[in-house]
Design a protein around this ligand. Structure first.
Ligand SMILES: *[C@@H]1O[C@H](CO)[C@@H](O)[C@H](O)[C@H]1NC(C)=O
Ligand SMILES: *[C@@H]1O[C@H](CO)[C@@H](O)[C@H](O)[C@H]1NC(C)=O
Ligand SMILES: *[C@@H]1O[C@H](CO)[C@@H](O)[C@H](O)[C@H]1NC(C)=O
Length: 375
């Protein structure tokens, strides 16, 4: 019985290629993937899913796909017969050894108008994260972006760990043991509203990895690569707050054996706003707020709400995840800036709601004398 799973949060189909295939080969538990398709993309997305299922046994065995559509771009299920014939004959020639070019080939069939529509509209990632969560039935969730690859044996290791995982008494600063279940308006349904015991979230450190090296076999292999500058904490250069509170130097110095069972190495003690680790938790944690769309504030706001709710973050070892490619700071395209600004405005309201919902404001995000701003 699998009691946790992997859920794919950010399923831009174009990234559901090499890294995603590595994910399903490494992860031996069930996987729930959320897809977003607009109008004429749907028959093409279906063709690609058929291709993946035909070519890769782990996809066939372990992955369920779930789709969401924009209301004003419902799927054109009954594509024109001649278009369908074209898609099918194209599909028949896709090469299992070339998943990425195959995807590109299919996506080229989209109407130019659809591609333009894509660039104008924010990606509803939190809606898709909730969709992937909601369509899984396991007790624990490991929600990741589609290109975050788990270390080898992680699913089995977590299964063993979670069987006996305990979350001790809530920390002194924490509110009541049972997560409140606030009524919700306007932001879509909440996921997992059962009250539960005191909550812990088990952080699995994420590294970015130079594309020229082999996937690390184990933690000491990863630490060795980090020592050579071929691996480093995810987003270290782009946005250090992203994972800072995980305390990678401490994690690397833990010195636990590679074949040690998955265990809690230490607690996160320096939580700060904008922290957004990938973590495993019971699916009773708050949903992702769907008002955040596109770039910025989508995942870290959910992590922030967990913190305010009193969830204790605990860092696991020797488990880890990897994101391919060392990332460096780049100029942000204008659309990103726009989406980020839009989400920042939502955040002004969101942080006030969270403070009211849990009746606490541990990071002093809501200053009473500033509260008369726009809402
Ligand atoms: C870590 O957090 C758990 C859960 O809140 C708590 O029981 C435990 O005592 C903490 N460990 C340390 C070393 O503070
Ligand atoms: C990381 O852990 C070390 C102890 O190993 C501690 O001295 C340091 O303050 C921690 N840093 C953060 C950011 O938690
Ligand atoms: C960890 O990986 C390294 C490098 O591949 C290997 O030499 C070592 O034997 C591995 N350790 C264990 C316990 O598997």
């Amino acid at each position: 019985m699998a009691n946790k799973k992997e859920r794919k949060g950010l399923p831009v189909l174009l990234t559901l290629t090499v890294a995603a295939l590595q994910v399903v080969h490494h992860w031996t538990g069930p996987v729930s993937v959320a897809l977003y398709a607009a109008g004429d993309e749907w028959p093409l997305v279906q063709a690609y899913v058929r291709f993946l299922r035909r070519c890769y046994v782990p996809v066939r065995d372990r992955v369920t796909f779930h789709a969401a559509f924009p209301a004003d771009r419902m799927p054109e299920a009954a594509a024109q017969p001649e278009q369908m014939t074209e898609i099918l004959s194209l599909e028949a020639h896709l090469d299992c050894f070339r998943p990425e070019p195959s995807l590109k080939e299919l996506m080229r069939q989209r109407r130019p108008e659809t591609m333009r529509w894509r660039t104008r509209h924010g990606y509803p990632q939190n809606h898709l994260r909730n969709l992937a969560r909601r369509t899984c039935q396991t007790e624990y969730v490991f929600l990741v972006d589609v290109d975050v690859v788990p270390s080898l044996g992680l699913a089995q290791g977590l299964n063993e760990f979670l069987k006996n995982a305990q979350c001790g008494g809530a920390s002194a600063a924490a509110p009541p043991a049972v997560l409140p279940r606030p009524p919700r308006t306007g932001a879509g349904p909440r996921v997992g509203q059962r009250p539960g015991p005191p909550q812990c979230a088990f952080v699995i450190p994420t590294y970015e990895l130079d594309e020229r090296v082999r996937f690390p076999r184990n933690k000491s292999d990863l630490v060795r690569l980090a020592g050579k500058g071929l691996a480093r904490p995810f987003h270290h250069k782009v946005f250090i707050y992203n994972q800072f509170a995980t305390n990678f130097s401490r994690w690397q110095n833990e010195g636990d054996a590679d074949n040690a069972p998955v265990h809690v190495a230490y607690n996160v003690t320096n939580f700060e706003f904008l922290y957004e680790p990938f973590y495993v938790a019971r699916d009773t944690i708050p949903a992702h707020d769907e008002r955040f769309m596109g770039y910025g504030y989508t995942r870290n706001t959910q992590v922030y709400e967990m913190f305010v709710a009193g969830v204790q973050f605990q860092v696991l070892s020797p488990a880890f995840t990897v994101h391919w490619g060392l990332q460096s700071k780049q100029a942000r395209p204008a659309w990103r800036e726009l989406q980020n600004n839009e989400n920042r405005r939502h955040f002004d309201l969101f942080k006030r709601e969270v403070a009211v919902r849990y009746r606490r404001d541990p990071l002093s995000m809501v200053q009473p004398n500033r509260a008369s701003g726009k809402t």
